[in-house]
Design a protein around this ligand. Structure first.
Ligand code: HEC
Ligand code: HEC
Length: 349
């Protein structure tokens, strides 16, 4: 009896294994990330999650799927709209399920492969983990990961998409998160007028105002909005008055608990900033003019303002004339990457 059951067991294992190998027939097609010449090396470890055509296609399908939320209608793309560099157009702070409000402005999604940390306060240290926050946040998608996985398993499409991307149709949270990362990682924005000008491409030149703006920017802004990503990826307090609408907001201190991090925020990249309004972590400024007026006249000393913003007369702020503000804005508009904003690879339809 015992031997029979052993034999039966062995047969079962052999069968199960051969079925498993048979399942591994789908071989995804590798995709190389296109990195612009003027960019730094990516920080994402692609060896743990190589980009493939099928992985990206699955990620795209998930990104635009309302099933990731409890109400079935809030997808990632709801708060991250391509035309506005994947921000939530028209919203100071994001709106999720049942119109509930969060307390932060939706961040643009681009060049995530080069980012060290994520969110306004750096709460997420790995891109693969980021989607867990919106999926489970009550004011965003208000869903659970096991529920999402059951919905995907029950769908007629997803088992096939998972098989194409990862070889078998097993649907796990790790695979779901990796596919979402793959889709977002390919969102490289590096073809703005300014990029083409910096790389000396197609005879692109800047106007006199744009060139003047570039110079001003280099001396007054680029110590924080640094390098080709337009952020030094640090957390800084740029002197914004406290927003009493959101008393829970403490900036980076929410993550570290240190008083010295109070109201510090991750320096945002200014790429595509022309279309990613409204601005700042709470979307308080609707226009770039308002942002520059803040830098010259609106800063408050909340005890923790970055010292690079201290002027010679002991006042916080950046000295700029109206013409200089205009020129800086003209320069910022050269950072708009129209090809990225219209790239069909990232489009919902
Ligand atoms: C309800 C609106 C909303 C939804 C839905 C949403 N997000 Fe976001 N997203 C935000 C907000 C707001 C932030 C900034 C959060 C913060 O800093 O605390 C953000 C930040 C991010 C970031 C960090 C970007 C950076 O530069 O640090 C990534 C990546 C991201 N979201 C991806 C996703 C993905 C993937 C989904 C779907 C699973 C998703 N988001 C769904 C509003 C949303
Ligand atoms: C001391 C560092 C520092 C300097 C100098 C600085 N910024 Fe900022 N900037 C920040 C930080 C930090 C934020 C985000 C603050 C927040 O959201 O609370 C920010 C936000 C912005 C935003 C909003 C971007 C968005 O996506 O919401 C714009 C636009 C901007 N800065 C432009 C400029 C310009 C132009 C200059 C020069 C005149 C400048 N900054 C100088 C640190 C700096």
């Amino acid at each position: 009896m015992k031997r029979w059951s052993l034999l039966f067991g062995l047969c079962f294992i052999v069968l199960a294994c051969s079925e498993d190998t048979a399942e591994y027939t789908a071989v995804p097609t590798p995709v190389a990330l296109e990195i612009p010449d003027n960019f730094p090396a990516p920080l994402y470890d692609f060896e743990t999650n190589p980009l493939t055509e099928e992985g990206i296609a699955l990620g795209k399908s998930l990104f635009y799927d309302g099933q990731l939320s409890s109400t079935g209608v809030i997808s990632c793309g709801f708060c991250h709209e391509q035309a506005f560099s994947f921000t939530h157009h028209g919203h100071t702070v994001s709106h999720g399920v049942n119109g509930l409000e969060g307390f932060r402005n939706s961040q643009p999604l681009h060049n995530l492969a080069f980012a060290k940390e994520f969110n306004w306060d750096g709460a997420t240290i790995h891109l693969d983990l980021q989607p867990i926050i919106p999926i489970t946040a009550e004011v965003e998608m208000d869903e659970t990961i096991p529920n999402v996985l059951s919905k995907l398993k029950a769908s007629p499409e997803y088992p096939k998409l998972f098989r194409a991307a990862f070889g078998t149709d097993s649907i796990t949270s790790e695979r779901m998160l990796k596919a979402l990362s793959q889709f977002m990682l390919q969102m490289v924005s590096g073809n703005s007028k300014y990029d083409k000008y910096s790389r000396g491409e197609d005879g692109v030149t800047l106007t006199a105002a744009e060139l003047a703006g570039e110079k001003l920017f280099a001396s007054k802004c680029a110590n924080c909005h640094a390098g080709s990503l337009f952020t030094d990826q640090t957390y800084r307090n740029n002197g914004l008055p406290f927003n009493t609408r959101f008393p829970e907001e403490e900036g980076r201190m929410r993550v570290t608990g240190y008083q010295e991090d109070y109201y510090k925020f991750r320096v945002p990249s200014l790429r595509n900033v022309e279309v990613s309004f409204p601005y700042m972590h709470d979307g308080r400024f609707a226009t770039l003019e308002a942002v520059l007026n803040f830098y010259t006249d609106g800063m408050v000393d909340n005890g923790n303002v970055d010292h690079s913003l201290l002027q010679e007369d002991g006042r916080f702020g950046i000295a700029l004339t109206n013409t200089e503000k205009h020129d800086i804005i003209q320069f910022l508009k050269t950072l708009t990457d129209h090809e990225f904003l219209q790239d069909e690879r990232f489009a919902e339809f």
